[in-house]
Design a binder for this molecule. Structure first.
Ligand SMILES: Cc1ncc(COP(=O)(O)O)c(C=O)c1O
Length: 374
């Protein structure tokens, strides 16, 4: 598909050659000497991976855990937050469905309440509407929502949370790999490898700040997370790897590390600027196509561009675009129920160009979108 225009890095991006080589190379090595020896050969590289991710997030290697998805990371952190009857959990209007369901379930079991922080006029979390007290145990903050281009402010939310001792769990699934996250303040961060970071599917990471780890009670632990010290005793690890389980795909983990290194080599600031440039070009172009409405909110915008057509339903438009070799996807109401309900939307077409999409390709995509939306 030589004329493919790939606008789906918010779905599952295209890994660069060093990532693919790493994954396939390791799988081949496993066929030669078996999984355990192949892993042993790469022990130093796997260990160095914690440092690479620490560089990506601007944290300590001891604060990094590898997982197999953003959801797995998010759940590991969320389930570890102690909850008691009457505790408050705050979510934003752009909360992701995969987070909302476990929040509702656990809150019901614990007798905690779930509250939605309203958005401001720009669609971002309304800092003036944060009514915090010491019953707030957790703020679940989505950095970049799955269904639109806004970027939520993080440090202001965390500063407010600190005043009442609440934890901030940042869903950075859609921001890792497209934005520079190194200056952000949060307690826990969940991300995936396969989206903007251009890693393999089935990879993710969790950052747990050293300062809060003791307040958390990891639920899923095994003989990697801890040591069995006696018949009635065990001791858990004293770093973020307490959130990892022993078994994992070594090939995919090496691929994730290669992806993070690739992003760092390119430069996080360069990536952020180039993604913003492509998204701006796409968004501006879409605004000039009759019948197309751009749906993104937010004062600060990310690489996600969403739109609807007043003639063609989003899913059909996506299908037509696939026929035209433009890879986009559709974000459905159920993924961000609160926000979509508030805005009266059932589905939006989501385009998410990475830096490897050229400005000329954006212009060609606009032509094909214009044709398909007629
Ligand atoms: C904002 C957000 N959070 C979480 C997830 C879940 O990520 P994963 O499928 O890697 O678990 C997604 C996936 O699209 C997402 O967009």
């Amino acid at each position: 598909m030589s004329d493919l225009i790939f606008l789906d890095s918010a779905g599952s991006s295209i890994p660069p050659a060093p990532v693919v080589d790493e994954v396939i190379g390791h799988l081949k090595r496993e066929t030669e000497i078996g999984g355990y020896r192949a892993a042993a050969e790469r022990r130093d590289d796997l260990e160095a991976g914690y440092g690479v991710l620490a560089d990506l997030f601007g944290c300590q290697p001891s604060e990094v855990a590898f997982t197999d998805s953003a959801t797995r990371s998010w759940l590991a952190a969320f389930d570890a937050v102690p909850l008691e009857p009457g505790d408050r959990i705050l979510v934003t209007e752009v909360e992701y469905g995969g987070n909302a369901i476990p929040v509702l379930r656990r809150a019901a079991e614990a007798g905690a309440v779930v509250e939605v922080i309203p958005s401001d006029i720009h669609g971002q979390v309304d800092l003036g509407a944060l009514h915090l007290d010491n019953r707030v145990k957790l703020i679940s903050l989505v950095h970049v929502p799955t269904n639109g281009g806004l970027v939520n402010p993080v440090n202001d939310v965390t500063a407010a949370a600190r005043e009442v001792g609440a934890l901030v769990l940042l869903d950075a699934c859609q921001s890792t790999g497209q934005l520079d996250l190194r200056g952000l303040d949060y307690d826990m961060l969940a991300c995936t490898g396969r989206k903007w970071l251009r890693g393999p599917r089935g990879t993710g990471a969790l950052v747990v700040r050293d300062a809060v780890r003791e307040r958390l009670h990891p639920r899923l632990v095994d003989l990697h997370s801890g040591v069995w010290t006696g018949l009635q005793e065990y001791r858990l690890r004293d770093d973020a790897r307490v959130f990892e389980l022993w078994e994992c795909s070594i090939a995919d983990r090496l691929g994730m590390i290669a992806a993070a290194r690739y992003a760092l080599d390119k430069g996080l600031d360069v990536i952020e600027a180039e993604v913003a440039d492509r998204a701006r070009r796409l968004s501006e172009g879409l605004r000039s196509i009759p019948g197309i409405t751009v749906r993104d909110l937010g004062e600060r915008r990310s690489g996600i561009v969403t739109f609807t057509s007043d003639r063609v339903p989003a899913t059909e438009l996506k299908d037509r675009l696939w026929q035209e070799n433009v890879a986009v996807t559709v974000s459905q109401k159920g993924s961000t129920l609160i926000d979509m309900t508030r805005r009266g939307l059932d589905e939006v077409v989501r385009a998410s160009p990475h830096y490897f999409v050229t400005p000329e390709e954006i212009d060609q995509a606009l032509e094909r979108i214009s044709r398909s939306a007629r």
